[in-house]
Design a protein around this ligand. Structure first.
Ligand SMILES: NC(=O)C1=CN([C@@H]2O[C@H](COP(=O)(O)OP(=O)(O)OC[C@H]3O[C@@H](n4cnc5c(N)ncnc54)[C@H](O)[C@@H]3O)[C@@H](O)[C@H]2O)[C@@H](O)CC1
Ligand SMILES: [K+]
Length: 487
């Protein structure tokens, strides 16, 4: 499990560690680790020249000390500094340590220095930064050659340390070297694309309490996935009711039911009108039909809440009963239109960005667009979680699973899916996997994040590096789970 802690908690931890250490020791550790990474990247690239972009705070201090180590190791090291000059010591002392100081307001000098750079160290802003870069720093970035390898110190400068707000004016790094623990910026969808490879340097930091953001990795699957024992039967493993599909969207019913049986559900009860029922009978002979006792519900894939006719109305009635029940519930796609008040039972909502925008707008009365959601995904997912008491799984290239704030639980952020998984029906498959896990008794947070992980890995295994259809993802789930359980 990768764990990230908010910047203010990291600062508090730094302060308590620093109290027991000689002055400057923590920064010295950070800079030594940073210099080692840069030295390895220079060696891999056969490079001789490293240039730091140095801001006025401690992030710039880390960069400067690392540059001094690299100068000491024989590399040509320069530091571009802003109008406030070097963050620590004075220009002469750094030049005595072998670091050439370049006046950042002299664009020609900046261009000349960066033109030769094999590695660029981005030490403009760290956890003290707000989203966006000062104009002067933006002009420095204009001179960074495409061929240079950009190593960001702690986080890509100008990106939101909290990972809440995306900006395209910040640094986009090849690698980010962070200290002690990861921060939300490294894992959350608004900012993670700017981080590049994440490298963690141990500086002896220990943050108290649980993380703010987590990411399950493959080694977490065995501890969470419900593995049946000899005493289990289909009922104890979990019966999942699926209210999905209609005369218009017939495939969603097949995909959701298929994914559930491929995920090892005890039994599926399918509820829908005649055409999807016929198709589910043919494609998923394991499913039983019509309402009955279940341990959890999936409501919504391919569900048309506006559909007319007695069959559609009967299906809608079961959907509403499921929502009003005290059973664990997953609500997806068409079913999201039925979500209104709070539920006390475990609830997982699984919108994509457009559906979340509609949901936020309806619940808050604000006019929120899909673009607003993609610019600040965590904020909007949390708004819905707090309004409904449900856990919100926001689908995307990175899947966010956001419990209500008052739960005290961390956000999970999963990046397991290949871009090929952005295909019709993939969400229906996810609902079948996550529904199976809810029926087996997992919490919405575990069910949602574990399902997102398995869904992404199954897509990759179905056809590594190439296109994949939703049905193939569902069919790849059994071997994927077996492989993850064997680790
Ligand atoms: N506290 C410690 O002991 C350690 C800190 N470390 C480094 O220190 C960094 C944090 O340093 P600082 O707190 O000095 O803060 P930063 O160096 O991140 O930022 C410096 C200052 O820039 C200004 N600023 C922020 N956003 C801006 C914007 N968008 N435009 C213009 N100005 C802006 C703010 O006044 C901020 O205080 C960490 O990210 C890490 O790199 C490491 O050396 C490890 C040890
Ligand atoms: K930085």
């Amino acid at each position: 499990m990768l764990r990230a802690y908010a910047a203010d908690r990291v600062r508090a931890a730094e302060e308590s560690v620093m109290a027991g250490l000689p002055e400057g020791e923590l920064m010295a550790r950070a800079a030594r680790g940073l210099a080692e990474v840069c030295r390895a990247r220079l060696a891999e690239r056969g490079g001789a020249t490293v240039v730091g972009l140095v801001g006025s705070g401690n992030n710039g201090g880390d960069a400067l000390y690392a540059l001094a180590h690299l100068a000491d190791a024989g590399y040509a090291a320069s530091a571009v500094v802003g109008e406030r000059g070097v963050p620590l010591g004075d220009k002469d002392s750094w030049e005595a340590a072998g670091v050439r100081i370049v006046d950042g307001s002299d664009q020609a000098a900046v261009r000349e220095a960066l033109g030769d750079a094999d590695v660029v160290i981005d030490g403009i802003l760290g956890i003290g930064g707000r989203p966006g870069l000062p104009d002067a720093a933006r002009r420095w970035l204009d001179e960074v050659p495409d061929t240079a390898y950009v190593v960001s110190v702690d986080l890509p400068s100008g990106q939101d340390p909290a990972g809440e707000i995306g900006t395209d004016t910040g640094v986009f790094a090849d690698e980010t070297v962070t200290f002690g623990v990861a921060k939300p910026v490294h894992l959350l969808p608004a900012t993670e694309a700017a981080v590049g490879q994440l490298t963690l340097i141990d500086i002896g930091l220990d943050v108290e309490g649980g993380p703010d953001v987590e990411r399950l990795d493959f080694d977490d699957v065995a501890a969470l996935w419900p593995v049946p024992g000899a005493a289990d039967d289909k009922y104890s493993r979990g019966v999942l009711g699926i209210v999905a599909g209609g005369e218009a969207y017939t495939g969603a019913a097949v995909l959701s039911c298929t994914a559930a049986v491929e995920s090892g559900v005890g039994m599926v009860r399918y509820v829908g009108p005649p055409t999807p029922t016929r198709l589910v009978r043919a494609a998923v002979p394991e499913a039983v039909h019509g309402p009955g006792r279940v341990q959890a519900w999936v409501v919504g894939p391919g569900l048309d809440v506006e559909a007319e006719g007695s069959d559609a109305h009967a299906q809608l009635r079961v959907a509403r009963e499921a929502i009003d029940s005290d059973l664990p519930l997953l609500v997806d796609a068409g079913g999201l239109a039925l979500v209104a008040g709070r539920r006390d039972a475990p609830t997982l909502l699984t919108p994509h960005a457009g559906e979340l925008a509609t949901l936020v707008s309806r619940l808050t009365g604000d006019d929120v667009s899909r673009t607003d959601v993609t610019a600040a995904p965590l904020r909007h997912a949390r708004t819905v979680a707090d309004h409904t008491g449900a856990t919100v799984l926001l689908k995307g290239a990175i899947t966010l699973v956001v419990p209500p704030s008052d739960s005290g639980l961390p956000v999970r952020s999963q990046d397991d899916a290949p871009p090929w998984l952005a295909t019709a029906g993939a969400g229906d498959v996810l609902s079948g996997i996550a529904g199976t896990l809810l029926a087996a008794g997992l919490s919405p947070l575990d069910a949602g994040s574990l399902a997102a992980l398995v869904h992404g890995v199954a897509a990759d295994r179905a056809n590594p590096g190439g296109p994949v259809r939703a049905l193939a993802v569902a069919m790849a789930v059994p071997a994927t789970v077996a492989a993850l359980l064997r680790r």
